[in-house]
Design a protein around this ligand. Sequence first.
Ligand SMILES: Nc1ncnc2c1ncn2[C@@H]1O[C@H](COP(=O)(O)OP(=O)(O)O)[C@@H](O)[C@H]1O
Ligand SMILES: [Mg+2]
Length: 226
Amino acid sequence: MSRLTHKWNLITERNPTSPISEGYRVLRTNIEFSTINHKLQIIMVTSSKPGEGKSTTCANLAITFAQANKRVLVIDADLRKPAQHRIFSISNHIGLTTALFNQQELQDVIQHTNTENLSIIAAGPTPPNPSELLSSKQMAALLEKVRETFDVIIIDTPPIMSVTDAQIVATQSDGVVLVISSGKVEKEVALKAKASLEHVQANLIGVVLNNINRNHSESYSYHIRS
Ligand SMILES: Nc1ncnc2c1ncn2[C@@H]1O[C@H](COP(=O)(O)OP(=O)(O)O)[C@@H](O)[C@H]1O
Ligand SMILES: [Mg+2]
């Protein structure tokens, strides 16, 4: 059992049979199916704006893959506003930044959760130069190394319309999932986010329509391209 307590964040663990958890499983299945023509090992999750549900989607998608017996790693690459350490109640003193600054070995920044098959690299202390760090040779090398140990790597990122970080990570990922908060983000903004991803030739594999409504929470996913 996990010690994760947040009421909403980890619904796939708290209530695996709920329709919302089923939505995450549909997303997982879509990703699994799209691997037939294209290897999808590193999947990045982003959105146009803050607060659309990127981090929540990352965490639940990761749990859903772990429940299907995949070896899963979540990397928190939202170095500006990290969330995975809170969601999974782990330390943020060590993480991606301490590994990239060569302060720690890769194996020492991978934290294990109480969820079987699920490990996390938290963001680590916020650096002065997140974009530079994410586009560094060290980042590329780290991703190559984790490919050897994990079946699926899910990367949390900052919103695509604010900074270039997500575009940088997109170029290093096999597929991108775009979270859109229905009702919160205008169509033009969502289309701009999609265009920014296309600009860097990202492989947009799916869209999650996340309805952030406190009284009636739902997440739907649909596949837009394989
Ligand atoms: N479908 C949903 N229904 C209700 N609350 C949600 C839903 N998705 C996310 N949230 C909540 O909304 C807030 C922002 O979500 P988060 O995943 O942190 O967004 P982001 O990473 O895009 O900034 C969090 O408090 C999270 O628990
Ligand atoms: Mg977030």
